[in-house]
Each structure stands twice: as C-alpha cells, then as structure tokens.
Design a binder for this molecule. Structure first.
Ligand code: IMP
Length: 429
C-alpha cells in the first residue's frame, strides 16, 4: 500500500506535523530520511507541547513505528536525551528502529561545525552548529562512522583513528583547538551502545516488507526544498537531500513505490540562517508575522526571518518534488490584515522571472513582484470546514492553489492537532 513523502516547500519550519496529524493512526511507519537534530518540530497534543529535534514525529502515535533511516545523521547523546524526556512523560518509545547504515555525529564534527562558521565570518551559513555538515562531508569523504560500527570496537577504533589523522590536523593547525584522542571519541560513541543495540535494524528491508504487507509508510523530510543541498539556495542550505528524491536514497524505498508527495507550505515565508530571501520583510510587518506566528527556532531559539508568501517557490517545490497535494499551514497568522501580499514573479535587473532564476547571483538580485489580495479580520481558529472560513481567506487559498497549479488538500488554522480543515484525503488521488 501507499508510501507517502512529506516535504517542506520553503525554507523549513512549515509545520509538517499538520500532515502527520491528518493522517493520524492510518500511518503504520514514519521514517525520517535526512538531516539530524538540526530539525525541530513542535507537536501539541491535549495542550502538552513536545519539541522534537531528532526523533520522527511518529514517536508520539502509539500505533506507529518510528524509523530513523540510513540518510539521517544521528547524535547519540541527543537521541538518548530525547528518548529519556519522552519516557519521563509516559510516552512509549520502544518501537523506535534505527538504520544500521545511518551515520553518527562524532564529537569532533560538532566542534568543527562551530569553529568553521566562526572562521567564515560574514560568509557563514548560519548553521545550527550541531555538526550536521561535517558529518555528511565525512560520509561523502568515506571517513564517516556508522551505527553498525559501534558494535565492532576494533573496526570503530580503526575508523576513528583514520578520521582523526585528518581532523586533528585541521583542529590544531587551522583552528588552534585541542587535538582529540581516539579513546575519548570511542568512549563517547559507545556510551549508549547496549541501549542502542535492540533498536538497530536493516530498515530498508523492514520498510520494503511493510509495503509488501500493505502497510502505510510516511517518509518525512527534515528541513525543506530550498535547504536541499542540490535543489536549494546553495551554499545557504543544509548538507542533505530534503526533497522527495532524498526520501528514496535516505530510506532504501525505490521511486516506483512512492504513491503521493505532500508538501507543506506556510501561508507566509520564514527562513533561519543566512542566504537570499526575496520577500523578506525587515519592517513592522515582518515583526508582526514573527510575533503572531511565534516564529522562533525550535532547535536554536533564533528569531526567524519573515516575509510574504512566494508562489514562485511554491511552483518550484511542485516541480522538484512532484507534489500531489499541498497543505497550507498557519493561515490564522494572516488574520487581521487589510491586505495580504503574494509574490507571483521576480524582477531580476529589469527582467521578469516567473520561474526560479538559474543562478545564485540572479536570485540574490530578485525583487518580488506582488499581487495584493484582500485580507480578513475574523478569528479563524475555530473553522473546521472550508466554507466556514471568511470569504477572503477562502479566496486566498484558492488563488494560491491556482497560482501554484496543484491542489491544496488541507489548511491549518491553529497549532492544535485538530485545528485543521481537510479538503481532500491525502491518501487519495
Ligand atoms: P545545518 O543544517 O545546521 O548545517 O544548517 C544549514 C542551514 O539550514 C542553516 O541556514 C540553518 O538555519 C538551516 N536549517 C537547518 N535545519 C533547519 C530547520 O529544521 N528549519 C529551518 N532551517 C533549518
């Protein structure tokens, strides 16, 4: 039965939990396929707020098996802290499965992430400082440490030794930091080994069998389309594949088994970290969106940059991910405005662009061309059908749907699990 990919359409923090909530107990497996504890999702259940960074959101649904796929980079201390936090609140975490092929974030990579950013100065990426980029770089350089390595100490020592030959040169000679020893790294990596052992599996095989058995598998991206290392606003991106293609490489599920691609689109745009952002509002309106939408990072607490919705990005996300359904989130944040603006194209040095510009320089120069839509003043958080929304809010959703050219199947009107309007079943064509 179905494999559904869930992606963010913009620069992250779109509220992917809304789609997970809609699918609810119909999902048997939730798979995280990229990223690590740079992500952050807040899930509200019965007024209880859960902030997850590494664990897939499915961990909160008792009927669901949460899976950390091979494409993820795992910080073991964060993993066990999050599990302990949930256990303390009575959440059963015993179903969690972790790929033997997932890479682990070694302590030197956390250090390198931070010192590299400092070294870059004004050219910094604005990373979360969690060691994500250096760990993916090690994977590509074939000097990474994988979950399976923790269970063969001889191999683990060899691999850490090999990695440190290079890392210690960089730490000591370039960044003037203390060199680290093989012993201290190995000690940290194997600290939770016994607790980890029963969670580790061949997750590609597990998921393939689950699909054969008619189970529903949700593949949930960390970050979002414009933070994807290939299709995002490089170099201001994360170091993994956050688009639908990454769901295949990061989980071991082939493209031919993917049935639906759901993209989450916030009713306005936010971005954390550096990099171009054509519709960014540096004025009172930006501050209004940040305050009303509670736009502060779940992982780092950083204030998010805010701006109007950009449908050029929406169309791009449709194309790159093969989106079948959009879920618009946080429509309630736009209540109380006379006019709501939507960016429909860019002016790049006097030339109109209806598609994402080809080059980084062009995107840096992109000036938004806006269409004004009439706003609404009503509190919409109690609306549960599309028809209950004020006419102008309905018009906003329908106009965005037309501009993007793909159906909007649900609309989020508040942070709670039930604060959503469903228009089409996400599992149906
Ligand atoms: P990294 O993933 O820590 O390497 O950071 C690279 C870029 O991705 C930075 O601009 C981060 O702010 C951004 N980023 C990483 N994770 C998230 C997320 O979950 N939401 C929004 N931005 C993110």
């Amino acid at each position: 039965m179905p494999a559904i990919v869930l992606v963010g359409a913009q620069w992250g923090d779109e509220g992917k939990g809304k789609a997970t909530d809609l699918l609810g107990s119909r999902v048997d497996y939730v798979v995280k396929f990229n990223g690590g504890n740079n992500a952050g999702h807040t899930v509200v259940i019965d007024d209880e707020k859960y902030a997850l960074h590494l664990l897939p959101s499915g961990i909160l649904t008792p009927s669901c098996t949460p899976v950390i796929g091979n494409g993820v980079v795992v910080d073991l201390s964060v993993l066990f802290d999050e599990l302990a936090g949930l256990d303390a609140r009575g959440i059963d975490t015993s179903k969690l499965v972790i790929s033997a092929d997932a890479h682990v974030i070694a302590p030197y990579n956390r250090t390198l992430d931070k010192v590299t950013e400092r070294f870059l100065g004004s050219r910094r990426i604005g990373t979360t400082g969690r060691g994500i980029g250096p760990t993916y770089a090690d994977k590509m350089n074939r000097i990474g440490i994988r979950v399976q390595d923790l269970f063969d100490e001889g191999i683990l020592r060899q691999k850490v030794e090999g990695a440190l030959e290079l890392k210690n040169q960089v730490l000591a000679k370039i960044y003037n930091r203390r060199a680290v020893t093989v012993d201290e790294v190995v000690e940290e990596l194997i600290e939770h080994r016994d607790a980890l052992r029963p969670m580790v599996a061949d997750t590609g095989l597990l998921l393939s069998k689950a699909l054969d058995d008619g189970k529903t598998v949700l593949l949930e991206a960390g970050q979002a389309t414009l933070l994807d290392v290939d299709h995002g606003t490089y170099p201001f991106v994360t170091s993994s594949s956050a688009t639908a293609g990454g769901a295949c490489t990061g989980s071991g599920i082939p493209p031919t088994r993917i049935d639906r691609v759901v993209a989450i689109l916030k009713a306005y745009t936010t971005r954390v970290g550096e990099g171009p952002f054509p519709t960014e509002l540096l004025d009172d309106m930006g501050e209004h969106l940040r305050k009303t939408g509670g736009e502060y990072g779940t992982t780092t607490g950083r204030p998010r940059r805010c701006g109007w919705l950009d449908v050029v990005i929406g169309r791009y996300a449709t194309r790159v991910n093969g989106v079948t359904d959009f879920v618009i989130t946080k429509l309630d944040t736009l209540s109380g405005l006379d006019t709501v603006k939507v960016c429909v194209a860019y002016d790049v040095d006097g030339v109109r662009h209806d598609e994402m510009p080809m080059t980084q320089s062009e995107f840096h120069h992109a000036k938004p061309i806006y269409q004004d839509l009439p706003g609404w003043w009503e509190d919409i958080s109690g609306c549960r059908t599309f028809e209950e929304l004020p006419v102008n809010a309905q018009r906003y959703v329908e106009t965005v749907e037309q501009m993007i050219g793909q159906r909007v199947s649900a609309v989020g009107v508040g942070p709670g699990r039930d604060e959503i309007i469903s228009r089409h079943d996400l599992l149906e064509e």
